[in-house]
Design a protein around this ligand. Structure first.
Ligand SMILES: Cc1ncc(C[n+]2csc(CCOP(=O)(O)OP(=O)(O)O)c2C)c(N)n1
Length: 687
């Protein structure tokens, strides 16, 4: 009998027969769920049930009755396709996931979707399925843990002290993001990150010999990880020992490579790709159950002794949480401000007056690039919002995202606020998600807009999961100039806008930039992308343009009314740097007898959320529209209707100074006026 000291309550270890009963319970709950759904992945659950059980039974700190308890260990099933195993674990340990939900695996409206979805199932810590993401999310969670521990723990008070565990598969390790994230985690010495790797030698197309032959342990060792190998994948004690060794290693993240067998126990499918992505089949389920000494009927069978043992997690969890809560109370007694702040950040609440003293810029501050205005805003926000933490993928000097004086987050300074993601955009995106999933921080990440392409998968997941992550993307158009078409974004704006739930803001000047940051910080339930210029822009005169900055949170507003104030002949809609071109064109058009209104539209998403009445006020129906934006025209056409024209960029850029490129691509006052006359001519012809 062994006593664990990682839980506040001592736990007696189940005898081997009970362990086996519990492991088989997990295996066959998963197998039956997949079989009933006629869809899913039985192979990973069969092969990895023992190691998942070893973790959940022997060491994972969690409370099924309060899945969001702040100091729980985090567990991420990076191999999301094996989620039937996770649902089985959640059910048997007493989370609010009734057995009927397992019986409704992958069905409409169930809490057991085809891949784990954060927010849908209690106890699911991250949406996984796109391989590699979960592993990198976990790196973000482990970063959040040490960062918060440094901020909040005090001598004698460890209120942030938990591990982050991952169950990963070959696919997770094959994806490049695992190298980016693994390298970063090793560099940062994230000693409380532990990855169980199901090394089952099988992926969809067959043996890993087809495409994945490097020495994974050597690779992770080279990243600075502590690595162990376990051959006996069904020996719970051996796995538990490896986990114990991993926990004791506090200076390096741990990889435990476990030689599992996909489809374990299935007489015809074990160790073959056939066990991977389809139900075993009725007959094979029967043979597998018989082979492992399991009753063929009824399906979804849970032996009483197994359930009783699993459900000890409820008492164990509530004792562990109660112990933490009493420790937290003692902490709050000694450090009331810190305790109040801890509660605040974990609840994603903002401090009072967080946005007082944000800068206001005047015309004499210009010309100023919006990336510079953003940097000046961050400089004020940094000290105000201790939870703001972020950095760039090696482009901080260009994106102006460093919080000067607030230190680097590094092994020697866990309280540092500036992160150095290295040139690893993909991992940066997923790490930001992990930090947001953990809670307690407002994470941001920066790079050039063009390289947002390298981080779209995690951005999509941030939007899907409603995560408050902020992206700062600069060098936002062909106007960035000499670096040429490889660095000049074209289709990125429309691409990002097309992600459901993503708010993209492209401010027109310094004050719109400040307003954009206000929106970004304020949005606690979804990501915000800030799209900023490299080149200097005039600062719009607040006296002359009274709609600014109050119009920014509406997504779009009338910046400049038509000169005579009567119903305009045309509306020029623009975003970002092109707003200034629209204003110049409006003045020129007035001399040519055309009354133009200028609408600044920093965020199409936010504008589309406004009432019909407001949108009709800004864009009165029937008035022809000319949209001007140095990006792909695609979104604009569907956005504003038939009576319109677009000056956009529908081919790749060119290497030359920015103003020259802009001129060649038609971003000139002359061209805007010409296109306006053309549009009005066409409109007249039609009427
Ligand atoms: C990024 C990404 N690409 C492709 C897939 C499709 N896919 C699902 S599982 C899998 C590979 C399965 O192999 P492995 O990771 O070893 O899992 P196991 O076979 O052990 O279940 C693939 C390619 C995916 N989920 N994510």
């Amino acid at each position: 009998m062994r006593i664990l000291d990682t839980m506040s309550q001592s736990t007696t270890i189940a005898p081997p027969e009970l362990d086996e009963l519990c492991v088989n319970t997990l295996r066959f709950l998963a197998v039956d769920a997949v079989q009933k759904a006629k869809s899913g992945h039985p192979g990973l659950p069969l092969g990895s049930a023992s190691m998942a059980y070893a973790l959940w039974d022997r060491s994972l700190k969690f409370n099924p009755r309060d899945p969001l308890w702040a100091d729980r260990d985090r567990f991420v099933l990076s191999a999301g396709h094996g989620c039937a195993l996770l649902y089985a674990l959640l059910h048997v340990t007493g989370f609010d996931l009734p057995l009927e939900e397992l019986e409704r695996f992958r069905q409409w409206g169930s809490k057991t979707p085809g891949h784990p979805e954060y927010g849908k199932t209690p106890g699911v810590e991250a949406t996984t399925g796109p391989l590699g993401q979960g592993l990198a999310n976990a790196v973000g969670m482990a970063i959040a843990e040490v960062a918060l521990a440094a901020r909040f723990n005090r001598p004698g008070h460890s209120i942030v002290d938990h591990y982050t565990y991952v169950l990963a598969s070959d696919g997770d390790l094959e994806e490049g993001i695992s190298s980016e994230a693994g390298s970063e985690a090793g560099h940062l010495r994230l000693g409380k990150l532990i990855v169980l790797y199901a090394d089952n030698h099988i992926t969809i197309e067959g043996s890993t010999e087809l495409a994945f032959t490097e020495d994974r342990m050597a690779r992770f060792a080279a990243f600075g990880w502590h690595v162990q190998r376990v051959e006996q994948s069904n020996d719970v004690d051996v796995i538990a020992d490896a986990l114990e060794a991993a926990r004791e290693e506090r200076d390096r993240p741990s990889l435990i490579q476990v030689r599992t067998h996909i489809g374990f126990g299935s007489p015809h499918k074990q160790d073959t790709a056939a066990a991977h992505g389809e139900p075993l089949g009725v007959e094979e389920v029967r043979l597998t159950k018989e082979g492992l000494g399991w009753p063929v009927e009824p399906p979804f069978f849970i032996p009483e002794e197994a359930l009783e043992h699993f459900r000890e997690a409820v008492a164990r969890g509530s004792i562990a949480q109660a112990d933490w809560e009493s420790r937290f109370e003692a902490y709050a007694g000694e450090h009331p401000d810190l305790a109040a702040n801890f509660r605040r950040v974990m609840n994603r609440e903002l401090p009072r007056d967080w946005d007082a003293n944000l800068p206001t810029f005047t015309t004499s501050d210009g010309p100023m690039a919006t990336r510079i205005a953003s940097g000046k805003t961050i400089a004020v926000l940094g000290p105000r919002l201790p939870e703001l933490m972020g950095g760039a993928a090696d482009l901080a000097p260009s994106t102006h995202t460093n919080m000067d004086g607030l230190g680097n987050f590094e092994p020697e300074n866990r309280a540092g606020r500036n992160m150095h993601f290295g040139i690893r955009e993909h991992a940066m995106g997923a790490i930001l998600n992990g930090m947001a999933l953990h809670r307690g921080l407002i994470p941001y990440g920066a790079t050039f807009l063009i390289f947002s392409d390298y981080m779209r998968p995690p951005m999509r997941l941030a939007a899907m999961n409603g995560l408050p992550v902020i992206y700062v993307f600069t060098h936002d158009s062909i106007a960035m100039g000499e670096d040429g078409p490889t660095h000049q974004p074209v289709e990125q704006l429309v691409g990002l806008r097309s992600i459901p739930g993503m708010v993209v803001i492209r401010p027109a000047d310094a004050n719109e930039t400040v307003a954009a940051w206000r929106i970004a910080i304020d949005r606690r339930d979804g990501p915000v992308t800030l799209v900023l210029t490299r080149q200097g822009l005039p600062v719009l005169d607040l006296a002359r343009y009274p709609g600014l900055p109050a119009g920014v949170p509406l997504g779009g507003y009338v910046l400049a009314e038509s000169p005579t104030g009567v119903r305009p002949d045309v509306i020029l809609i623009a975003t970002g740097s092109e707003v200034h071109l629209a204003i110049e064109a409006r003045d020129r058009l007035a001399t040519e007898g055309v009354q133009a209104r200028v609408v600044s539209l920093p965020s199409t998403e936010v504008f589309s959320m406004q009432s019909d009445a407001y949108r009709d006020e800004v864009l009165p129906p029937g008035v022809p529209l000319l949209a001007i934006e140095a990006g792909a025209s695609l979104g604009w056409r569907s956005y504003v209707g038939p009576q319109m024209a677009v000056i956009g960029v529908d081919r790749f850029g060119a290497s030359a100074p920015g103003p020259v490129v802009m001129e060649h691509y038609g971003f000139t006052v002359e061209n805007v006026c010409k296109r306006t006359h053309d549009l009005l001519g066409q409109t007249k012809e039609k009427s």
